[in-house]
Design a protein around this ligand. Structure first.
Ligand SMILES: Nc1nc2c(ncn2[C@@H]2O[C@H](COP(=O)(O)OP(=O)(O)OP(=O)(O)O)[C@@H](O)[C@H]2O)c(=O)[nH]1
Ligand SMILES: [Mg+2]
Length: 497
């Protein structure tokens, strides 16, 4: 998300940071470019106008221009104002009522049903809340079935709505069922229409009047840009929504809806959908998004990703093996899969400060993933014994492995050679009292076949374990995910909602 805007703004700020002194003309020129960049990102023109004015007022202050680092000050002002534009504070859900009713509303295909299931899963994972999913779309054939199917995938109860019932009655009835059965949250998945239409609005208003939901979440497809913003405004006028969920942010490079919707409706974005999978719903943090837009990366999200995806005990066991230099190809594959589970390398790179430019320069960021798949195929064609004791791989085994993985004997030989080198290097490193070197000093893994910059995926580095990272952020996965810390963090998260 925000990719093209980030690219544009990075260019603007590079120029402005280059000046030792700034004049009003420099700032004006930079702001003109910021304005264009925002308009190109499909941000609402009035929002852009206000934004640029606010930045100009602050940046023209004499203390900024006369400061020792005027360029950085201007970037900081833009950063602050972007955070404001995106909603300021992170806004959680109001879950005080028991059961809490959450109503999902929005146009057809915006992602209401998917988001209902994603939210139920999040509530259970993050807050241990028991959610009850309620299909309230009796019009579209198979709409009820769709939610039932999603519910069964994640083992969340779904209300037995039938198409002959009235949606208002369904929701009221579901509230009773939830109350008597100890559910914490009830999620109404309402019907969508192609356009804002009066019949639908009346129905939604009636559900609201009957069930007094604590949250009405307007779900919009981010890729529809300014249309999403206009529709949000009409839904908000009619229903006074409590927050917004922007879906399909994974496919939206411009970010116009995200940057305009709070300014136009006054309502905060609470969640963003980042993919079709049910785990792909993230809390929206305006400060992190602003950092991402300015190419400052989003280390916090990266760390959180690593924490949820990497198991603490596994990581500790791996560290022990490393210390004893007992690391074999089986372990290597496990590590590689772990890195891949974090998401695409490209996605990880985006979260690391300053990496967006590196990404552009690399151009072939897709490459390592292909290579990883190839390495994984080669290792996958080995027997367990071969993976554990690569020494036994003789020429005839090599040939079999090459055939099995659709690669050449040379590829297999190269991988084995690199692996042996890596093992030797580790033995040397671990030799000195078995202590792990400081993360910043961790040598890169030797080149795997065709890999541009060493193989990511070794424990002991940063959580993403892709490119080198500021050592302050580089922690061993085992340390990041100590159980007590995770619990603490969860408690904190719970509070901030
Ligand atoms: N890539 C991506 N796809 C998404 C996301 N959220 C939803 N989708 C997809 O969007 C399509 C429509 O989602 P639904 O949840 O059925 O939308 P809806 O609002 O319930 O649609 P109606 O019930 O017809 O009004 C599905 O194919 C989803 O998989 C997201 O965050 N990213
Ligand atoms: Mg639906």
């Amino acid at each position: 998300m925000f990719d093209s805007l980030t690219d544009r703004l990075e260019g603007v700020f590079k120029k402005i940071r280059g000046h030792a002194r700034l004049t009003e003309e420099n700032v004006q020129a930079a702001l003109r470019e910021v304005r264009l960049a925002l308009l190109e990102a499909d941000v609402n023109f009035k929002v852009v106008k206000d934004f640029v004015e606010r930045v100009r007022d602050r940046a023209m202050g004499q203390d900024v221009l006369k400061s020792l680092t005027p360029g950085q000050q201007v970037v900081k002002i833009v950063h602050d104002e972007l955070i404001e534009l995106l909603g300021g504070q992170t806004t959680g859900l109001d879950l005080k009522a028991r059961p809490t009713a959450i109503m999902m509303v929005g146009l057809q295909g915006s992602g209401k049903t998917t988001t209902s299931a994603k939210l139920a899963l999040r509530l259970r994972r993050e807050l241990k809340k028991k959610a009850y999913l309620v299909p309230a779309d009796v019009y579209r054939p198979a709409a009820i079935e769709q939610l039932k199917k999603l519910g069964s995938q994640i083992d969340i109860s779904v209300h037995p709505s039938t198409p002959d019932q009235n949606p208002v009655d369904i929701c009221a009835q579901a509230m009773d069922v939830a109350a008597t059965n100890g559910f914490d949250v009830v999620i109404f998945d309402t019907a969508g229409r192609l356009h804002v239409d009066e019949t639908l609005m009346e129905e939604l208003a009636a559900i609201k009047a009957r069930t007094s939901p604590a949250e009405i979440l307007f779900v919009a497809d981010a890729m529809t840009g300014q249309d999403a913003v206009t529709v949000a405004a009409s839904f908000n006028d009619r229903l006074d929504v409590s927050g917004i969920v922007l879906t399909k942010m994974d496919g939206d490079a411009r970010g116009g809806a995200a940057l305009s919707i709070k300014g136009v409706t006054g309502k905060p974005i609470k969640f963003v959908g980042m993919g079709e999978k049910l785990a792909d719903l993230e809390i929206f943090h305006p400060d992190r998004a602003a950092s991402r837009i300015l190419g400052m990366g989003d280390i916090l999200t990266l760390i959180e990703k690593a924490q949820t995806d990497i198991n603490a005990e596994e990581a500790a066991a791996m560290e022990k093996k490393l210390r004893k230099a007992e690391f074999n190809l089986e372990d290597f594959r496990t590590q590689m899969r772990r890195v891949r589970k974090l998401g695409s390398l490209d996605g990880i790179l985006k979260l690391i400060p300053g990496m967006s430019q590196v990404r552009q320069k690399l151009g072939e960021v897709q490459m390592p993933e292909k290579e990883m798949a190839r390495v994984e195929a080669i290792i996958g064609s080995m027997t367990k014994k071969e993976r554990e004791t690569p020494k036994i791989i003789n020429p005839s085994r090599r040939e079999r492995i090459a055939k099995g993985s659709g690669s050449t004997v040379q590829d297999v030989a190269q991988l084995l050679k690199n692996f042996t080198q890596m093992q030797k290097m580790m033995k040397r490193m671990m030799g000195a009292g078995g202590k792990m070197p400081a993360p910043g000093k961790m040598p890169r893994m030797p080149k795997m076949p065709g890999l541009p910059g060493g193989m990511p995926g070794l424990p002991g580095g940063d959580p993403g374990e892709a490119p080198p990272v500021d050592p302050r952020f580089a922690r061993a996965p085992g340390k990041v995910t100590s159980a007590s810390k995770r619990k603490k963090q969860k408690r904190k998260k719970g509070k901030s909602r």
